[in-house]
Design a binder for this molecule. Structure first.
Ligand code: PGA
Length: 240
């Protein structure tokens, strides 16, 4: 793991965004996977600014990381709506370059297979950016997740259900998610993990310095050969 500690959230997001763009410069039509949530908001703003400054459109392909089961793609709070707002619409990404879960599909297993097929057809994920839950989850791979599993439907942990409430304008009772599996995620060629704030300091310590255990799914990143952890000083404050 490569650890990159910045002064604050803004600087961390800027450094991660610069490194991300630098990595992708060398790859034609890369497949990328990004997290929704609070952590990537400034990182994504930097992406929008970069492309509007250079009057360019990226040639990227997108695979969705996760989605709430029972929530439609146009609902504010869905992961897809988050990316429509923060990235796809502003950057003019065409639909044919996006594979995203539909949380209200009748056949959710087919959604899982579709994601894996998209990744295979494009020869793997070039770069995956992740946030981390305070419980150590990656995507919606909650504590106890099997690192050998691919894309699947997962029950949400209590802390994720509570955190999810902040993402929706109206109360939503989400109990399950659809997520790329740890096996799929760990096969990405490069992984960036971002964490900001005091509330992430315990989990960052466990992810970076703790034992590798399904209790903290993020700890499996210790075994990834090309993983970069971007933190602000508060998130890094408990590291030895
Ligand atoms: P957050 O979520 O960026 O909103 O803190 C991270 C996560 O739960 O993976």
């Amino acid at each position: 793991m490569h650890l990159i500690i910045s002064t604050d959230f803004e600087e961390m997001s800027g450094t991660a965004a610069e490194d991300f763009l630098f990595t992708l410069e060398k790859i034609s039509k890369p497949v990328i996977c990004l997290p929704s949530g609070k952590t990537p908001v400034i990182f994504l703003r930097n992406m929008r600014n970069y492309f509007s400054r250079h009057e360019k459109h990226p040639d990227w392909y997108f695979i969705g990381l996760d989605e709430w089961v029972g929530v439609g793609q146009d609902v504010k709070g869905s992961c897809r709506q988050f990316f429509d707002e923060h990235l796809f619409k502003p950057l003019g990404i065409p639909e044919e370059r996006i594979s995203f879960f539909n949380g209200i599909a009748e056949d959710l297993e087919a959604e899982c297979r579709k994601a894996e097929r998209f990744i295979d057809a494009h020869k793997g994920i070039d770069i995956m950016v992740l946030g981390i839950g305070t419980n150590g989850h990656l995507g919606l791979n909650e504590p106890g997740s099997d690192p050998e599993l691919r894309t699947q439907i997962k029950g949400l942990s209590e802390s994720t259900m509570v955190a999810a409430k902040d993402y929706f304008d109206e109360p939503k009772d989400v109990k399950q998610g659809i997520t790329l599996g740890l096996k799929t995620m760990l096969e990405s060629k490069t992984v960036f993990l971002m964490a900001s704030g005091e509330s992430k300091s315990d989990v960052i310590k466990a992810v970076v310095e703790g034992h590798v255990t399904p209790d903290i799914p993020g700890s499996f990143l210790q075994g990834h050969p090309n993983c970069f952890v971007y933190m602000d000083e508060k998130a890094a404050s408990k590291l030895d």
